[in-house]
Every structure is written in C-alpha cells, then in structure tokens.
Design a binder for this molecule. Sequence first.
Ligand code: C5P
Length: 322
Amino acid sequence: MILSRQESTWEVRAPAKLNLCLDVLRRREDGYHEVETLMVPLKLHDTITVISEPPADGGLGPIQLRVISPQTGSVCWSSVPLGHKNLVYRAVDALRQAAGIGHGARIQLIKRIPAESGLGGGSSDAAAALVAANAAWNLHWNRTRLEPIALSIGSDVPFFLDGGAAVCRGRGERVARVHHATPLHVVVVRPPAGLSTLDVFQSFDSKADHFRDPSTISSDPATRSRRITDAVSALIAGKLSDLGQLLFNRLEYPARNLTDWIDRLAYAFGKYVDVAGHAMTGSGTAYFGICRNARHAHRTAAILQGHRMGWICTSQAVSWIT
Ligand code: C5P
C-alpha cells in the first residue's frame, strides 16, 4: 500500500479489487467457504488518513472516524456503516488492543469505492487503516504480525495489506502474489442495488443447482482450478482476449437469485459493447468488462452510461503497489 506522511498525518491509498476468477469449493465447519480466486487491485481507491491521539487520562484515547465523499464533503454511500460498525474502526481498535497501547486516532476516510459491490472497499479501507495506524502509533509491526488482525476483520483484508494481483485460497487469506506488467483497462458498473456477502454465500448454500449456471464452466473443481491457472498465464502474457474468455465467478448464480441486476448487466455487456470478457466481481453487485485499452474503456463506459445502469467508472489494474 502507498503510505505517505505530512507532519503527524499518515495517508494510505486503499484500492478496490476485481475478482477475475472466483471459485467456491466447499462450505467449511466454521461456516466460511473455501475459495480460490484471482484478484487484481485497481487504481480506483479510497483514501485514509490517520492522526495519532494521546491516551486519555487513565483510559483509552478516542477513535474518531469521519467518512466523506470526495465531491460533496458529505457521506456518499448510505450503506457505508458508520462509527464502530465500520471495518476501519474495528481494525484500528483491534490493533490497539493487540499492541496493548492506549492511543486513540483521528481517522478520515474519503470514500470513492461503492459499498456492497464486491469491489472490496470495506476490506481495503480496513487494511489501509491498519497500515496507517501502525505507522502513526510507531509500532513498526511487519506484515506477518498484522496479518492475524487483518484476517479477524475480514477474509479479504490480508490481500490488501501489501500490493499486487494474487491468487487467494482458504477463506481468501492465503495470498500467492502474481507479478504482471499487463495494462489491464476495465469498465466497472455498480447498479443501484447492492448485496451483502453473507446473503450471497447463504444463497449459494441453499441451491443445489449451481451448475445450471451457464457461466459455471465445470462441476469438476480441478478443471476450474486449471482455468484459474490459465487466467494467471493469460494475465502475465498480456493476452487480454484469452483472459476475457477465462473469467468466471461461482457467486454469480446465487447473486442472480437475489437481484435481477446481474442478468441485466450481463445482457448489457453482451449486447451493447464489445469487451474481451465480462463478469461479476466478488459477491456483487458490481460487474466489469475487460477492455483493449484506455480509449476503448472510455468508449465502453459512455455507451453503458446511455443505458442508465447505475454508477459507472473506468479504471486500470495496478500491477504492483509500493
Ligand atoms: O470475511 P468476511 O467478514 O468479509 O465475510 C462476510 C461473510 O461472508 C462471512 O460472515 C461468511 O458468511 C461469508 N464468507 C464465506 N466464505 C468466505 C468469505 C466470506 O462464507 N471465504
């Protein structure tokens, strides 16, 4: 993550992510699902700033969180949880407890990534807050030490602790980095309705017929895993049309049971624009298409804009964040 400092203010960029491939293997005893997923971080990002506050007299210093919109200065996404329900608050509080310190923090979150979209905004914000608070409180903890705290906040948080694309396994916390230099341009649409990750996984469990989903290529986990390996190779080689054909997301079908927006977006991407491939990201509802270059991405976004599908942005995968 990009960490910078201006006097006592520490700032970190919290990127969004896309799941280019997402396989769900099985439900585990602990209720979580075993996944295998190829994720790339995007230039689209939130910005977190943290200022350390001294411990209060005989107690903990306050943790204050302000979530603001870059345009209006007020909160932009009504579904962004505030105060102690926000993952940022919980991450910083968990770090403080683990470190046994009494400091507080004044945190500002500039929110550009839509919530309930599968773009990982909440998880990325939490990872960024951990990195910023680690610096603001002079803890100097390394990644290995921060990782259990990150995982206690959410399955995707460890992915965001450092930069770059990765294949993630387990709950999502076993992160194997993928180094690529491919300029991957995308268009992302977040429809007016969002979905909660919990609801989508529950819908996945309640349906025995996932394999009727046309986007699910095989009922054989080994075949799907090979597809992810092929997608990694295509990404590294910069073969965008191959990569586009290899996208898949096994949460797409359960998400379609919860909202008709996924069908509408799949239809629009198939009918109105000529992208290399398109799929839902994470547990939805955001949907993306892979474009040939930046100009193609802008043209694609302009066409989709005319169909009033919700919030639309063009972005680029960042190959490595330092
Ligand atoms: O880990 P996180 O809090 O982001 O997950 C939200 C919910 O999504 C979990 O409570 C769980 O029900 C579901 N989930 C899952 N398997 C995963 C990740 C998330 O079942 N690998």
